[in-house]
Design a binder for this molecule. Structure first.
Ligand code: HEM
Length: 244
């Protein structure tokens, strides 16, 4: 059972008490997020451009500083998103939970989204990846700002829906890497047969596919889940009316 106004995030105390923390889905999310942050951040904490995992735009001097700014602010967004979907965090630290939304929006998504727009538009991975980066960065900013504004107006249900979209887009950074690794494993043995031995074409293809799939698939699944949840709530409401 869940509380209706905050259905997506707040299982009742009875549910959470019965389930040990290590079997809660949030624990799996937290483990993936911590592993991703350690893996993703590692080459950039030294501020040494030669350790970058991606090809840098040497012709744009500001590229590397903006990339670093993007990565660190995105890390703030990922950590806050992870805490905000945790029922435990909300119950245990209610005031920190409330503050975490402002941190997520103003120290995470907004600076990271704007810098993602800048580096995304000049991505070394070609025009299709650039298009995806620009689209998803815009959606990330729009969903987050809309969710935040709805929350300020007290429209909790709608706020939740937009914030879930925002969290799913935050997680796109993780799903992107998963798709990319999968495509690398699938396509590398076909470098000659499928790409005529051209590694650059292969990497641009993989990057474009991973970039688009990383946010379109999760957004579609989320929308399907939200619609099903609303339909179930309507059915329950009608059954209640018919029963009374
Ligand atoms: C959904 C919004 C996001 C967009 C549009 C975006 C965009 C970008 C772009 C354009 C780059 C430069 C590489 C390229 O041209 O492909 C980049 C790199 C990077 N981003 Fe993001 N990003 C987003 C979210 C995140 C999040 C949430 C994280 C989490 C920490 C993150 C971590 C990184 C890292 C670590 C790199 C360096 C590349 C690497 O080592 O894999 N990004 N991002």
């Amino acid at each position: 059972m869940t509380i209706t106004t905050d259905r997506a995030t707040v299982p009742t105390t009875a549910t959470t008490k019965r389930r040990p923390w290590w079997r809660h889905p949030w624990t799996a999310v937290a483990v993936i997020v911590v592993a991703f942050i350690l893996f993703a951040l590692f080459p950039y904490v030294t501020f040494d451009p030669s350790r970058s995992r991606i090809p840098l735009r040497g012709d744009i001097p500001l590229y590397y500083p903006v990339l670093i700014f993007h990565i660190f602010t995105a890390t703030v967004a990922v950590i806050c998103a992870c805490l905000r979907i945790s029922p435990w965090f909300k119950r245990r630290y209610p005031s920190a939970f409330r503050v975490s939304e402002a941190i997520y929006v103003f120290a995470g998504v907004i600076p990271s989204g704007i810098s993602a727009l800048a580096i995304g538009a000049v991505s070394s991975f070609g025009p299709i990846t650039r298009t995806s980066h620009i689209l998803v960065a815009t959606l990330w900013l729009v969903c987050t700002i809309k969710g935040y504004r709805l929350g300020r107006r007290g429209e909790v249900d709608e706020q939740q829906r937009w914030m879930w979209r925002s969290y799913v887009l935050t997680a796109a950074a993780i799903t992107n890497r998963m798709w990319a690794i999968m495509f690398l494993l699938v396509f590398t043995p076909q470098l000659d047969s499928l790409f005529g031995g051209n590694e650059k074409v292969m990497l641009q293809t993989i990057s474009s596919m991973a970039a688009f799939l990383s946010w379109t698939v999760p957004l579609i699944i989320l929308q399907w889940w939200l619609d099903n949840r609303d339909a179930a709530a309507r059915r329950q409401h009608l059954a209640g009316l018919n029963g009374s």
